[in-house]
Design a protein around this ligand. Structure first.
Ligand SMILES: Cc1ncc(COP(=O)(O)O)c(C=O)c1O
Length: 401
């Protein structure tokens, strides 16, 4: 007989500390969520915060997904993804990224966004206490993910002085006998920087010399502006075995809610990642994978149009930023859909962003959300309409920032 049948037994607050695993006990509370919530609740706020396209997914993608559901594609997909989708991805990788795989069907795994892929990759490569070099400031998931797999994040600093480029010699200095992997992100969140081929080649040499696996996060691959050009690390000579490439449908085709991405790499690694996939999510959403096939097959003018629109907004944002007194852009960003200006009135990121929210009703994301070297900066997303961008900067001016 159950002793407490009629009595509610509560776990005291202090006990939760013992119950929750050490692995996750220190995961950071994201301020990002909170401020995005404020922006959603207060209709008078203009948000320059979003980390996702303001476009809806193009019609061919939505239609293909609905069609798949109506046709009864409501069952599990094969673990690494629908074979037809993987074949299309292999062709796309070859044509657009110049990545040739030895054995495409065993070297691609479709994931629930590249977020899941990144975690699966870390689980496959990193043992407890081993080190992963990670950019800072960077996409806010990298360091917590490394913590979750009980690895050690070793941040390498990116600075606005040179447009947040990587200095390969600094990477080399940080390598120890515990280093297993290095994360790269190009074009980058939150800085908008695009890594040059020369920098990638130098890092490739370092990776091969030290037998490191490069995690190449290319979620914003489609959005390189001006003269900048996206180069995939895995396309460089001799890098096939050393690189896990992470691509995402979220930004390229405006389908973040579909939660679809894919990873490509050596079959030994992808096999392990597919096994992890079995024990965590089993497979990515079946119907959404039909949507993804439509994304790869549709007229790519949809993507070109989005890119063109982002570029116009980027130029507008950079122009309007020149009129502000408290935000400074050292070098113009060339990729993704972010600008990461330095705060010049001596305020810390969080205080600056909160004051702006209160006085100007404009929302930015505090730079320290993206790591300690993001302190003193704010992230502006221009994945929002031009009129809103103009109105936001008018308010910023009126409020004296
Ligand atoms: C650099 C970077 N990588 C990965 C992701 C995650 O994308 P996904 O929606 O594919 O999980 C994001 C999302 O903002 C990102 O900025």
């Amino acid at each position: 007989m159950h002793h407490f049948l009629n009595e509610k037994k509560r776990i005291s607050k202090s006990r939760w500390g013992h119950i929750i695993s050490e692995r996750v006990s220190e995961l950071p509370d994201s301020e990002f969520e909170n401020i995005m919530k404020i922006a959603k609740e207060d209709q008078s706020v203009i948000s320059l915060g979003p980390g996702e396209p303001d476009f809806d997914a193009p019609a061919p993608i939505v239609n293909a997904t609905i069609k798949a559901l109506k046709e009864g594609k409501t069952h599990y997909a094969s673990i690494p993804g629908l074979p037809a989708l993987r074949e299309m991805i292999a062709r796309k990788l070859k044509k657009e990224n110049h990545i040739s795989l030895d054995d495409p069907m065993n070297e691609i795994c479709v994931t629930a966004g590249s977020t899941e892929g990144l975690l699966m990759g870390l689980l496959s490569v990193v043992d407890a206490g081993e080190e992963v070099l990670t950019p800072n400031p960077a996409f806010l998931a990298y360091e917590p993910m490394i913590d979750m797999v009980t690895g050690e994040p070793v941040p390498y600093k990116l600075s606005d002085k040179d447009g947040f480029q990587i200095h390969p010699e600094e990477i080399r200095e940080k390598i120890t006998n515990k280093t297993r992997a290095i994360i790269l992100n190009t074009p980058a969140n939150p800085t908008g920087s695009v890594l040059s081929k020369k920098v990638l080649e130098e890092i490739a040499d370092i990776a091969v010399e030290n037998e490191l696996i490069v995690f190449s996060d290319e979620a914003y691959e489609k959005f390189c502006f001006g003269k900048s050009k996206h180069v995939s690390m895995a396309s460089l000579n001799g890098m096939h075995d050393y690189v896990l490439t992470f691509h995402s449908f979220s930004k390229s085709y405006a389908m973040p809610g579909f939660r679809l991405g894919y990873v490509a790499g050596h079959h030994e690694l992808v096999k392990k990642m597919s096994q992890i996939h079995i024990y965590t999510s089993l497979a990515a959403s079946t119907a959404n994978q039909y949507g993804a096939m439509a994304a790869l097959e549709m007229n790519q003018k949809y993507v070109e149009k989005m890119k063109h629109s982002y570029d116009e907004r980027r130029k507008l944002t950079l122009q309007l930023l020149k009129n502000t007194h408290t935000l400074h852009v050292e070098k113009e960003p060339e990729g993704a859909f972010y600008v990461f200006p330095r705060i010049t009135n001596g305020k810390k990121s969080s205080e600056y962003v909160h004051t702006m929210l209160k006085k100007a009703k404009v929302l930015m994301v505090p730079g320290n959300e993206f790591g300690k070297h993001g302190e003193g900066f704010a992230r502006i997303s221009y994945a929002t309409g031009k009129d809103k961008i103009k109105e936001a900067f008018e308010r910023i001016k009126q409020a004296g920032f």
